[in-house]
Design a protein around this ligand. Structure first.
Ligand SMILES: [Zn+2]
Length: 160
């Protein structure tokens, strides 16, 4: 299990194959969460160990693996049968994570504000007309804007 990291840099995560929705919510809450569809347990353990990321799993058998019990891999067992948002609430409380600036929901990269003008070629014209805040993922280059979808996510996170 994890110790608190009050003053350290934000922890980063590896989510097991079943926790893709949780990975996206963690990114929205400002945490870098890796997830790969269909990844097998051996590869997941190897990547968590190599990266030093905290492993999040809903699989009790995996959580009982020797590398986790010995503390070589830090891990948190997420209870079964929760919705994505309840999983996020569980992780945020269990690790006392403060909400941070949102990261790219597609890949977990940091978002950088960009001048409105540079979003013009990619933004849908109607969005471009009314929205003034655009940012781009520093990892996958995806364009984001503070639209209604984003605000809905922010208000759900604020409810945490
Ligand atoms: Zn990205």
């Amino acid at each position: 299990m994890c110790e608190d990291l009050p003053n350290a840099a934000a922890p980063a995560f590896w989510c097991d194959a079943m926790l893709g929705g949780l990975a996206r919510w963690l990114r929205a809450a400002g945490y870098d969460a890796a997830w790969q569809e269909g990844i097998d347990d051996a590869e997941l353990l190897r990547l968590a160990l190599a990266s030093g990321r905290i492993l999040l799993t809903a699989d009790t058998r995996l959580a009982d693996h020797g590398a986790i019990r010995s503390g070589r891999i830090r891990a948190l067992l997420v209870p079964h049968g929760m919705g994505k948002f309840d999983q996020l609430a569980f992780v945020v409380r269990a690790l006392a994570l403060p909400l941070r600036e949102p990261r790219c929901m597609a890949c977990g990269g940091a978002l950088r504000a960009i001048p409105k003008e540079s979003a013009r070629p990619e933004a849908p014209p109607r969005t471009y007309a009314w929205c003034d805040e655009f940012c781009r993922c520093s990892r996958c280059a995806k364009l984001f804007w503070r639209g209604t979808h984003w605000r809905r996510i922010e208000s759900r996170l604020a409810a945490l």
